[in-house]
Design a protein around this ligand. Structure first.
Ligand code: AMP
Length: 220
């Protein structure tokens, strides 16, 4: 099964993608994670993307389309993938249609995670992750059970994304509403869109996504 999680920054796409990855044996493909890895490694793509990402703007379509096209061909994606943070523009969505068609693959469903705008800024600016295992935390909503120690792996190292600050978040939301929100209409018209309540608690959101996936699998 191949799906897209669609929603603004802070909607919970990454958190939910990790959960579905485990429950369904799919691979999470996060262009944000891939670009951050390229920046950290200092690759040519990383150098081109770094400042754009720091400003909260979108990296050029050709870069992310190239990254996804290559990644989908790898053997671990054969069982299916969850796109998280891609596509983000209509041009990327059209390119995805073309490249899936060329590879003889299909997109099963696009799950829109609906969230209140006001909640997003607080969600994003408070988040941090374990530097060791990547477990996600939040200053207000999810602190480690033992202060300063990861619940999952026990590490005491945590990190915050360079672009999770109040100024950049507004630019990222602006980019979302200008460039990405039109994808909701695009996938609605193609008949692949399903919407869920992303404001529910984390487990409930997972349950809603699982319901959609079960439904889609049954219909296939
Ligand atoms: P994310 O981790 O999905 O919030 O992405 C972090 C940043 O990476 C974004 O603010 C963009 O600068 C860049 N980025 C990630 N995915 C894309 C994409 N599909 N198209 C353009 N830029 C992207």
């Amino acid at each position: 099964m191949n799906l897209i999680l669609l929603g603004p920054p802070g909607a919970g796409k990454g958190t939910q993608a990790k959960r579905i990855e485990e429950s369904r044996g799919l691979v999470q493909l996060s262009t944000g994670d891939m670009l951050r890895a390229a920046v950290a490694a200092g690759t040519e793509i990383g150098k081109r993307a770094k400042e754009v990402m720091e400003r909260g703007e979108l990296v050029s379509d050709d870069i992310v389309i190239g990254i996804i096209s290559e990644r989908i061909d790898q053997p671990d994606c054969a069982r299916g993938f969850i796109l998280d943070g891609f596509p983000r523009t209509l041009a990327q969505a059209a390119a995805l249609d073309d490249l899936l068609a060329a590879k003889g693959r299909t997109l099963d469903v696009v799950i829109e995670m609906k969230v209140d705008d006001e909640a997003l800024i607080e969600r994003i600016t408070g988040r941090f992750t374990c530097a060791e295992c990547g477990e996600g935390y939040h200053d207000t909503f999810k602190r480690p059970q033992v202060e300063g120690k990861c619940d999952k792996c026990g590490s005491t190292e945590f990190s915050r994304r360079a672009d999770d600050n109040a100024e950049t978040v507004r630019a990222r939301l602006m980019a979302y509403y200008r460039e990405t929100a039109p994808l909701i209409g695009y996938y609605f018209c193609k008949g692949t869109l399903r919407s869920i309540d992303g404001m529910a608690d984390i487990d409930d959101v997972t349950r809603q996504i699982e319901e959609v996936l079960t439904d889609i699998a049954r219909a296939a």
